[in-house]
Design a protein. Structure first.
Length: 186
């Protein structure tokens, strides 16, 4: 049974999403919600993210919404201190709100950015501390989630570790389902 799940995925710029009101965000959040609810109902207690812009922040928003219905907790474990330092004000505001609502917040390396090794340490730490990974990731479209997925695949070879994927096909299914159910399209 999964008790702790790490969530990662593409950053917003990797998806070509540059506005907070982009319609694609709603579909991605619905896909995350669809994957999380059965896991929570089976006993999932904690969600871990590193707080990256994009999938991880959207997942945190979903978790915070689900807390109204389920006993789920959110931990934000940043790879290094002040990761939001160079973000725009709107992104910083969204991030700081997530941190203020999280059940646990800490930095893995306890110092500001120094080198890419801190990102590798983050991937190892989050996989080590979880029972599974939910990744918004497609093999055809590499990108930042690849490194966490590879780390999870290593753990899966030696331990009972689960990897769940949300792919572009899952998002497409949600879009099609919504369009089908939208009576204005008839």
């Amino acid at each position: 049974m999964l008790k702790v799940l790490t969530i990662t995925g593409y950053k917003s710029f990797e998806l070509g999403i540059f506005q907070k009101d982009h319609k694609g965000i709603d579909y991605i959040k619905k896909a995350i919600r669809k994957r999380l609810i059965p896991l929570i109902e089976e006993g999932l207690e904690w969600i871990l993210i590193s707080g990256q812009l994009g999938t991880e922040i959207w997942a945190a928003e979903v978790v915070l919404e689900l807390r109204h219905e389920y006993p789920i907790q959110l931990a934000v474990l940043t790879p290094y201190l002040q990761q939001e330092e160079k973000w725009n004000d709107l992104s910083k505001e969204q991030y700081e709100w997530i941190l203020s609502q999280a059940d646990f917040v800490d930095s893995i390396t306890k110092r500001p950015y120094e080198n890419p090794g801190q990102l590798k340490a983050k991937n190892q730490y989050l996989v080590q501390k979880s029972d599974g990974l939910l990744a918004f990731y497609d093999d055809e479209k590499k990108g930042s989630p690849l490194f966490m997925v590879l780390e999870a695949q290593k753990k899966m070879q030696h331990q009972n570790y689960h990897i769940f994927y949300i792919t572009s096909y899952d998002i497409e299914d949600i879009v099609n389902e919504e369009q089908f159910n939208d009576s204005t399209n008839w």
